[in-house]
Design a protein around this ligand. Sequence first.
Ligand SMILES: Cc1ncc(COP(=O)(O)O)c(C=O)c1O
Length: 379
Amino acid sequence: MAKIFLSPPYLSGSERKYVQEAFDTNWIAPLGPNVTGFEKEMGEYFGSPYPLALSSGTAAIHLSLKYLGVKEGDIVFCSSFTFSGSCNAVLYEKAIPVFIDSEPESANMSPDALRRAFRYYDEKGIRPAAVIVVDLYGRSAKWDEITAICKEYDTPILEDAAEALGSRYKGEFCGNFGELGIFSFNGNKIITTSGGGMVLCKTEEQYKKMLFWATQSKEPCLHYEHKEVGYNYRLSNICAGIGRGQLEILDKKLAMRARIADYYRKAFKDTPVSFFPDFSDCKSNNWITPVLIDPEYIKTNTEDICIEMNNRGIECRPTWKPMHCQPIFEGCNSFAHYENGKYHCEELYERGVCLPGGDALTDEQLDFIVHNLLDIIGL
Ligand SMILES: Cc1ncc(COP(=O)(O)O)c(C=O)c1O
């Protein structure tokens, strides 16, 4: 059997049409009709008035933090259980990340730990400049609780919905819950532009300011005049063409991913392989499929399980190693979900394996994945 990848792109076919148009009209430059079209179509789909297309999700987080006023020495609360792209931009601005644990139901930011973090800093007279809340693996955070706490402390939220395009919380699309929200269109995401990202802006003013920074902060005059530092962060017209073709089949993709998740659930029923808990307020996009292995069946660690799966032609990865455990963030403060100081996300990392979730996986491939994982853990 050919190698099975974790989350390979799945194309509609019409990506080629949009890219061809860009070639035919010589719109090879950044910006152009595909970028404008992609922003308009994304805005219509997600009910967002001003979506800004950028070169990556990381760039989207960076500009959003700048917009929220994050500057040197500021504290930024961040989800700990995530990919480093969520919080690297905090360091770009020389601010200080403080990591918040996950809670068991959503596997995302713990409202209890968040409240404890606010209280701790409040006693010192410190307010964080922003809170970056992640919707990990397509699962939404507990938005009602988190929004209420952040409102109480008058602190803006940046929603990192990089992995949650098409997911919903209480019926609303992820990406719309913070002051600003972002998506990633990296190669492994639900829809890809080869590489790209987006900020879902709520106001024209937000859109214009971040667009200005993303295009080298060129002042509005004919010669090149600059008063602020700028970035080259816009999405290219070619990449946006891929995104337009992808968006056409988003509903189909979400249905395909739901079928895969369902297949795994049935196949692993009554085995030591379980799923992240059902979180009834959330309708996940089923990006990749993180599963939890019963510790009794982990001989050494999940890394070894993944290596063996890879040896058998199935790309697997451990779940994200929490940010508060990463060498780059050593010395940063963090807040656990449990009052005894135990971190829930450490357990999710120690027991978690991400299984392939590409849209087009066949029953035969899914069966092969299930059979091999059970075999490797000794069943
Ligand atoms: C949760 C999360 N945040 C941020 C990013 C960064 O996005 P990008 O790779 O497009 O820069 C990613 C993934 O790639 C991610 O998974």
